[in-house]
Design a protein around this ligand. Structure first.
Ligand code: ATP
Length: 237
């Protein structure tokens, strides 16, 4: 098991956002978290990346207890998060943003090749290579945020709403890219998505969150064909 999230709770002041979440991710898997707005998906990601401290429970990564480890040290352990929405460095060019994604890497010889690969995946970023991140359109910034996360070649890639703000054709493409990163590099991926249809089609396993708790788990295919999941999250009866 690469990631073990064991019965975690998390508070925002007096609001309890997570009520005992237990999730695991095996090496080589794509695991999706799906659920309605406010269910706690992003909060679970924040707990894993370490940007929010949990109130109780434990988190283990790669055999190490990281429950109290600082977020920056978790990055060095191999956990990289692409934040929800934009999160690009506005004053830096596309190129600099992508380079920042690779800053913890030691295999510097492969960085140029990977950048080329990211630019092949997102030709729009190649066109805007020297443009400041802050002047890109919303969708372009989203592509850059995902591209930057891919540049770090992490052991565990946390993707928060990678399809947000993308046009339908690019949504399809971004999920193909996610599958490719998983299959080609063997990168383990934990994914938060509103687009449950795509996420479940691509994920090996998935968890359904409701108001801070896990209400269902299964393989992507099982959940894709689960009547209750279809009703609530896939927009088909
Ligand atoms: P969405 O799909 O809308 O992004 P989500 O499942 O990712 O939703 P979270 O962002 O994890 O949901 O939010 C879980 C709950 O915690 C929500 O009720 C939200 O209002 C609350 N919450 C999130 N961030 C904060 C914060 N910084 N301060 C107070 N409450 C917060």
């Amino acid at each position: 098991m690469l990631l073990e999230v064991d019965n975690i709770t998390l508070l925002y002041g007096r609001i309890q956002a997570l009520h005992g979440i237990t999730v695991h991710v095996n090496e080589g898997e794509i695991v999706a978290l799906i659920g309605a707005n406010g269910a706690g998906k992003t909060t679970t990601m924040r707990a894993v990346s370490g940007v929010r401290a949990i109130a109780s429970g434990r988190i283990r990564f790669n055999g190490v207890d990281i429950t109290r480890m600082r977020a920056d040290l978790r990055v060095i352990q191999g956990i990289c998060q692409s934040p929800e929405g934009r999160g690009v460095f506005p004053g830096m060019t596309v190129r600099e943003n992508l380079e920042m994604g690779a800053y913890t890497r030691k295999d510097t010889g492969n960085i140029a090749k990977d950048m080329d690969h990211v630019l092949d995946l997102f030709p729009r970023l190649r066109e805007r290579f020297k443009q400041a991140g802050g002047t890109l359109s919303g969708g372009e910034q989203q592509m850059l945020a995902v591209g930057r996360a891919l540049m770090s070649r992490p052991k565990l890639l946390l993707l928060d709403e990678p399809s947000m703000g993308l046009a339908p054709m690019l949504i399809q493409q971004i999920f193909e890219i996610i599958t490719e990163i998983n299959q080609r590099d063997g990168t383990t991926i934990l994914l938060v998505e509103q687009n449950a249809q795509q996420a479940l089609s691509r994920a090996h396993r998935a968890y359904v969150l409701e108001t801070g708790s896990i209400v269902k788990e299964g393989t992507g295919q099982e959940l894709l064909h689960d009547p209750a999941v279809k009703d609530a999250y896939l927009g088909v009866a």
